[in-house]
Structures are given as C-alpha cells and as structure tokens.
Design a protein around this ligand. Structure first.
Ligand code: ADE
Length: 223
C-alpha cells in the first residue's frame, strides 16, 4: 500500500515512522509513505499558503491553490496506482466521520491513499467540495492539525498489512474483532506483590482456558 501525506510539517512524522510495527511494515515493503509539502506548490512569492477568511472569523484558512496544484501533480504521478478516475483524498477534520477499526480494515485493502493534513482554522471549503473524497475524525476533540491523526491512521493500517504482524501478534484476537473488546492478559511471575494470576490460566486445561478467555471478551458497547 502507498500513502501520500499532504502536510506543511513533514518532519513531525520522522519518529513515529521509524519504530516498531510501522517501521517493520516499511522495511518489508508492505507500506510506503511519501510526503508532499504543499507549500512548494504555491506561486505566492512569499510562499504563504494561508489567508484571512472572507466574512471575518478568527484564524487562518489554507488557500485552494497549493492544494489543487499538489493534487494535480499527484494525480499524474500516481496514475499507475489509481484504479479509477477518482483520486482518493482523505481530509482529517473533527467534522469527519468517526474513525473505527472497521474503517481501518476497509482502507487497509486499498493500494493507494492520499491524506490531507489541515492546519490553522481549516482549508478553503472548495478543496473539501471538489478534491476531498472522504472526511475522517479521530475523536470528538480539536487538535492543532491533521498530522497526529494521520499518524494514528498510518499505524492502524500498517499493522493490518499482510506479513507485518507475526502469528503471535496477530491482529485477529485484537479488540473490535467480532464486535468484542479484548480480555485481560498475564505473564510471569505467577504472583507479584501478592497479586495472583487467575488459577485457570495455569491449569494447562486448554478447553477451560479458552472458555475463560472467551468469557472475558466484552461485547462492544456504544460509548
Ligand atoms: N484535526 C484536528 N482535530 C482533528 C480530529 N479530532 N480528527 C481528525 N483531524 C483533526
């Protein structure tokens, strides 16, 4: 899977992409990521990409030009990856649909995605109307930009790529599978500060253990 990230702050991604599972997904060539600093696409002589909102409101709005130009560039560059005429551009905004494991599953099967990280107040609405194909929120709170949400989405997609997790780490027993939340896990020692591991887990009785584990998975409730 290839993901292009449109951002004004590509450096923010350096550390999250260089560790653990995401790093592994990239090393194993299951995931590739490129950054498009859309400031490079403005013809403004001061390289300014934002401006005051018409009608007056606090905050700045990202101008349409650098984003339309950047998307034109990507449409051409990624032609070989696009299955149809549609250019899949996800905009990260608190106004979008709530991100869930189900959406992660769905996106993880795509060969190509572009993600737009907004900043400041918003992007010009014409970008949302005419370029963006899906709007996603990672939760009901406001962050300063879409970079952290993009990292969350990348992480959730990296671990779902085939050949990234080992059997032991398999995504299949994770929370949200079959509409349940994962149960508790224990490891050595059997007793720590007087706190004991449940007897059944030490019993060696696989049938009982499986029943116990199943009973501990909670039915997913709307929260
Ligand atoms: N940008 C700012 N806040 C956000 C949120 N909660 N989800 C996605 N993108 C955002």
């Amino acid at each position: 899977m290839h993901i292009d990230i449109l951002t004004l702050f590509p450096e923010m991604f350096e550390s999250p992409l260089s560790h653990s599972i995401v790093k592994r997904a990239i090393e194993r060539k299951k995931l590739s990521i490129e950054f498009i600093d859309f400031r490079e696409f403005t013809k403004d002589k001061h390289k300014q990409v934002d401006d005051y909102p018409f009608g007056g409101a606090p905050g700045m709005v990202i101008k349409p030009e650098p984003l339309f130009e950047a998307v034109d560039f990507l449409k051409e560059k990624r032609k070989y990856l696009l299955g149809s005429d549609e250019f899949p551009l996800i905009y990260l905004t608190p106004q979008g649909e709530s991100y869930t494991q189900q959406i992660a599953e769905e996106l993880s099967h795509k060969k190509y995605l572009a993600i737009l990280c907004g900043h400041y107040k918003d992007v010009d609405y014409r970008v949302r109307e005419h370029l963006v194909t899906r709007e996603i929120s990672i939760g009901n709170y406001v962050l300063s930009g879409g970079e952290l949400p993009a990292m969350i989405i990348i992480d959730s997609l990296a671990r779902l790529q085939e050949g990234v997790l080992s059997n032991m780490e398999s995504a299949y027993s994770d929370s949200f599978q079959d509409n349940t939340l994962d149960g508790p896990y224990y490891t050595r020692p059997r007793e720590y500060r007087g706190y004991k591991v449940p007897e059944v887990l030490l019993s060696g009785n696989h049938k009982l253990i499986e029943e116990w584990q199943k009973s501990k998975r909670k039915k997913l409730q709307k929260r």
